[in-house]
Design a protein around this ligand. Sequence first.
Ligand code: CS2
Length: 493
Amino acid sequence: MESLKLNAQNISQFAGRVAVPKYDRASVKAGIVHIGIGGFHRSHQAYYIHQLLEKYNALDWGICGVGLREADRTIYNMLKKQDYLYTLIVQHPNGNIESEVIGSLNNFLLAVDTPNLVIEKMAHPDTKIVSLTITEGGYNFNSTTGLFNFENPDVQHELQYPNEPKTVYGFITSALRKRQANGLPPFTVLSCDNIQHNGDMTRKMFLAFAKKQDPELAKWMEEKVGFPNSMVDRITPVTSATDIEYLQKKYNLNDEWPVVCEPFIQWVVEDNFSNGRPALEKLGVQFVSDVTPYEKMKIRLLNAGHSVLGIPGALHGHATINACMEDKVFATFMRQFMDKEVTPILDAVEGIDLEKYKDSLEERFANPNIKDSVSRICAESAAKLPKFLIPTLQENLAKGGSFEFATLILAAWCYYSDKGINENMEPLEIIDVMKNELHQAAKETPKDSLSFLKQSEIFGDLIENEPFTKKYVEMVQLIYGGESIRKLMHEMI
Ligand code: CS2
């Protein structure tokens, strides 16, 4: 039997077999404009809002998606065809699967096609929050100086032509300008990316940009716009053909781009909103006055833990994070990294038992039904490691703590960036906006062992720390000498 396409017209035909929205989607207003509609937004924020609509009929808080890049066209086309509906497939470790059609997204604008519509939508009185998942690298932030990168040509363009925005900075300031002119309160700018102090950093970047472009507006923003810090968490692997087939076979449902995720979900947010917020606390979202200890714990353990498995995993030939966890050497190495290098630098987090938190991370990583690819984890490591791993290494060097686990990961990353093949001679695709720079720097290693570390926008001044470079050189030479990464890990645990 031919499967039935997921869209508003067909939705009632799926009811009873798979959970579908019960609220009246036509009455939902977009209180949130979200930039960056990827898998993560769809498994996390859009799912929370869906539940709020479902359980509390919070009709003011629907989501209008925005894609800023040409690369967003594929998801835009797909969601539009499906009337912005998609299926969320929750994969439990024991094999149970729950599928639910999510209806909280009710519009999508592609900025490259209709820039003015995007600005109008954000400037609309209904819009109360503009949230972001634009990835760690999307904030146009120089990680060495901590400053906004004014050299970016798109930014240069929008400074010169404020009515022709291209980046998130140009769009949001244009919309805020409109709101100010119309006497409307500003929206909250809510960053949902894995960056420590994501709200503070976003604020700093926006104010730097606005001060150059429109100092009057900058003043208003400084006084009025809330930029809450937030910690977000739900492991969301890349959707595979098997997931699409699963829905077809099981429910006769044809969804071109469902989202798969783990059962775990967490969101901790600072209660600092400029224009109201949805009552997400009803669904277990934690509103706190200081998110710092939560985000540090999560980024340094979970996100770094992923990289600590994924980079050597890719070299060794493990395809997924759960395959890494099935390998005792990898699992033990990761736990020891957490125990010896991360735990000592973390502050106590109210209400959280760190040992239990780490145990739960091990269980989540080991979930055999998530099949989170190491390639997803390794992608954009140049943006991730300076936020997830390198600060831990620096803090340990400063206080005489253990740093060899993190060091091995950097040495492995150098080899990975240089060779583009794993230890079984299979090709490794390097997905990184800094791919060429990484490769250039790494391939000099046989002549100059420290060459990779000279990329100061990634490594800061690590190259000047002797105990570290000594260890790094030792390790990089062993790896280049043909020692297997797994053996090196084994010797350390
Ligand atoms: C991952 C994250 O991309 C990565 O490196 O660590 O996407 C991670 O899965 C999420 O942050 C989990 O909340």
